[in-house]
Design a protein around this ligand. Structure first.
Ligand SMILES: NC(=O)c1ccc[n+]([C@@H]2O[C@H](COP(=O)([O-])OP(=O)(O)OC[C@H]3O[C@@H](n4cnc5c(N)ncnc54)[C@H](O)[C@@H]3O)[C@@H](O)[C@H]2O)c1
Length: 268
């Protein structure tokens, strides 16, 4: 079991939502935490020992942030790549140019930018990295995730790529004793879900869990050195149907409700 007491952690997206809850819980468990957030005031308000305003999509800024943590605290044991964005549901056809690319830049390139400079410090401490994928995104949450996200294909693309980044890094870093956890959240009650869950349905609202519960789940997984964690566990069964791939997509094509969503998002 991994012990957080005395550990030094860096949490991206630490100013809000799940990242802010991770900062709080890790601090409570005795870690010294650095919160990195594009919203510097939010990072400052997180209660972290160190707050850094930085955009994860900015490679140099992230290298500087990692360097600052190691210089100030002498080590880096845990990296939580939690920063992520999406946009209001819309098809690629109608989305403002640059929006889809920004989603990939923050969610995928941002995770890479956070981890690459952290590799040597993590090796030095035999530390642990957390990458955040996704179990899905309302309104198609009733199908789980394993489908292209309606109105957000760049988002689901980024999250599938993050998963592969985590799997590859786990293999590369395992000889050095560095652990990797890939976290797949279902709907969590944060600003992100409120932006995307339109129109909200009673069932999609009921399925949301709190950011604290999401953060506690991922921290428990790191403690137990789990490679993969689906939070909440009720979505575990979706992994069983995952190999169906495009056959699952056909379910979307056949569903009138989903077709209605696509029509709405195509005129957004
Ligand atoms: N909320 C959900 O239902 C849900 C489900 C699955 C996965 N996720 C993933 O969990 C992670 C956290 O999501 P959340 O719901 O807490 O989101 P959120 O919007 O509530 O919080 C995200 C935080 O990241 C910060 N941030 C955004 N862009 C940034 C950037 N470029 N650089 C640095 N910081 C940046 C924001 O300022 C904010 O504080 C994301 O990776 C998201 O994709 C969320």
């Amino acid at each position: 079991m991994r012990d957080f007491s005395g550990a030094v952690a860096l949490v991206t997206g630490g100013g809000g939502g799940i990242g802010a809850a991770e900062v709080r819980l890790l601090t409570e468990r005795g870690a010294t935490v650095c919160a990195v957030d594009i919203d510097e005031d939010a990072a400052l308000g997180s209660g972290a020992a160190l707050a850094i305003g930085a955009d994860v999509a900015d490679r140099e800024a992230m290298a500087e942030a990692v360097d600052r943590v190691v210089t100030q605290f002498g080590r880096l044991d845990l990296v939580f790549c939690t920063a992520g964005i999406t946009h209001r549901p819309a098809t690629l056809r109608v989305l403002e140019p640059g929006t889809a690319q920004r989603v990939i830049d923050v969610n995928l390139v941002g995770t890479l930018n956070t981890l690459e400079p952290a590799i040597d410090p993590l090796i030095a401490s035999r530390g642990h990295a957390v990458l955040v994928s996704s179990m899905g995104w309302p309104p198609n949450s009733e199908f789980g995730t394993l489908l292209p996200t309606l109105g957000g294909v760049a988002y689901s693309t980024s999250k599938v790529a993050v998963e592969m980044l985590g799997r590859g890094l786990r293999i590369e870093l395992s000889p050095y004793g560095v652990g990797v956890t890939i976290a797949y959240f279902g709907p969590v009650d944060t600003a992100m879900v409120r932006l995307t869950n339109v129109p909200p349905t009673r069932s999609s609202e009921r399925l949301r869990i709190s950011p604290e519960k999401a953060a506690a789940g991922v921290i428990r997984a790191v403690e137990r050195e789990k490679v993969r964690v689906i939070i909440p566990g009720r979505w575990n069964f979706l992994n069983v149907v995952r190999p169906l791939g495009v056959h699952l997509d056909n379910l979307l094509l056949r569903s009138r409700k989903q077709r209605d969503f696509i029509r709405t998002y195509d005129s957004a």
